[in-house]
Design a binder for this molecule. Sequence first.
Ligand SMILES: [Cu+2]
Length: 219
Amino acid sequence: MVQSLWNGAWIAALATGAVVIGLILWATIFHRKRRAKAELPPQVRYNLPIEMLYTLIPLVMVSVFFFFTARDSETLSRVDGDATVKVKVEAFQWSWRFTTTVNGKTLKPVAGVPVSDYHQGPQLVLPTKTKIEFDLETDDVIHSFWVPEFLFKRDIIPGIPEDNPGRKFQITTLDKKGVYAGRCAELCGVDHSRMLFSVKLVDQNEWNQYLTTQAGSAQ
Ligand SMILES: [Cu+2]
């Protein structure tokens, strides 16, 4: 959905650019001054139809952009609340603390320190093909949770109460195993660029194994 919104926005922008550049070229080539005469061509002023046209066309274009963006962001921010895996993400200057709850059982939190390689940062392990709910919280300033491969990013604002839906999002489309780089996407202080983490997506077998190893250390 994010990819097609992105593609659609680019196609619309390129089409708009082509029309604008086309009009500029048309005006400069076919309406240039041909002879060295001082007289002005006929001036178009207070022409109601033309003024309406160049008010309405941008309005229609903006409305179309707005419609698709609003429709998709509405779908993307939907949270059902019934996810079996819930992750509490706590951002702080300058790393992350992840606390995973599976079927109501909370695992030991994973916390990190500022690093220069995301492999060294805190690692959040999650199962593929599962509905996962994230709850974002910050201890200090504004941060932003971003895993580029997920095509999703959300700002974490201090002081937002837990029942505010803006803190939460859910993902159901994580289906490819692997280790994905994550970072903070909001300039948050001197070590902002070292606020790195990783998300490891595992299949159901590995996930069960992971839960077994975590069981001993569960709170
Ligand atoms: Cu940050």
